[in-house]
Design a protein around this ligand. Sequence first.
Ligand SMILES: [Zn+2]
Length: 68
Amino acid sequence: MPFYEFECPHGTVTEKLVKMGTTEIRCPKCRQRAKKIISLCTFHLKGGGWYADGYASSREKKIKNKSV
Ligand SMILES: [Zn+2]
């Protein structure tokens, strides 16, 4: 099971193991909905650069091949 962080409207962050696809939990402190904080920032930066490079270069080749 993935480990996620959830933040309620009051800014309380709760770490919890939840099922895949769970987008929110109940904040244990205020009992309000705590939404999932996706650590996409780090993931995106790491994966994004790699994908961007790979995609850009492969796409460039395709375009060049087509135009030739
Ligand atoms: Zn709360």
